[in-house]
Ligand binder design. Structure first.
Ligand SMILES: [Fe+2]
Ligand SMILES: [Fe+2]
Length: 203
């Protein structure tokens, strides 16, 4: 199904897809908004293949980067207001827009579905336990058609063959990249690695 042909029926958000799309368009630069639409479509394709609700996949894909363009001060304030782990203050937007950003999705977009909120929360760092929807948003963000990095075609093939192998592949690549470039590793990323990569059977 094409994303622009989808009508929401399940009352997961208290408004239509068009209204949700308008909220995202308003919150994001055009290039990021286009990325979000591609993630939505890729998430819907993966949902159809994996027996996951396409409406949930659409919403998860659309909202995953909702907080990406917020100023740092919004995240720092939220970390303090919600008494989140102060260790978070040592990181930045790349981690915050998921790990903290889900709180803005909940309060500002009136989305209370825990599966969607966790899909936003874990889309950058993963989690030891991820539901099929969370796996789908994590992978759709990585392999949407606008992505262009060495290995992306292999990542797409693996993911469309086997969603969980895709999660293992991305997790391994991300950790390898961070280590190779002397970048800090958010502790949750290591937890995700230990849960998904050893024994996964990927190369
Ligand atoms: Fe993101
Ligand atoms: Fe994204």
């Amino acid at each position: 199904m094409k994303n622009n042909q989808l009508t929401y029926h399940n009352q997961i958000v208290p408004y239509s897809r068009d209204e949700l799309v308008a909220k995202l368009k308003n919150a994001l630069t055009d290039s990021r908004f286009q990325h979000v639409l591609r993630v939505e479509q890729t998430a819907m394709d993966l949902a159809e293949r994996n027996g996951v609700d396409v409406e949930m996949a659409s919403i998860g894909g659309l909202v995953h980067d909702y907080a990406k363009q917020r100023p740092d001060k919004d995240f720092i304030e939220a970390i303090k207001t919600y008494h989140l782990d102060p260790e978070l203050l040592n990181y930045g937007n790349a981690i915050w827009h998921g790990v903290v950003g889900w709180l803005f999705v909940k309060t500002e977009l009136q989305i209370t579905d825990i599966d969607i909120l966790n899909a936003v929360r874990y889309h950058t760092v993963g989690h030891q336990f991820m539901t099929p929807l969370e796996q789908i948003v994590y992978m759709a963000d990585y392999i949407e058609p606008g992505r262009n990095f060495p290995g992306v075609d292999e990542a797409r093939k693996i993911t469309f063959d086997n969603l969980q192998a895709g999660v293992a592949y991305q997790t391994k690549q991300t950790l390898s990249y961070l280590v190779a470039h002397n970048k800090p590793v958010f502790p949750q990323t290591i937890v995700t690695y230990n849960s998904w990569v050893p024994g996964s059977g990927i190369e």
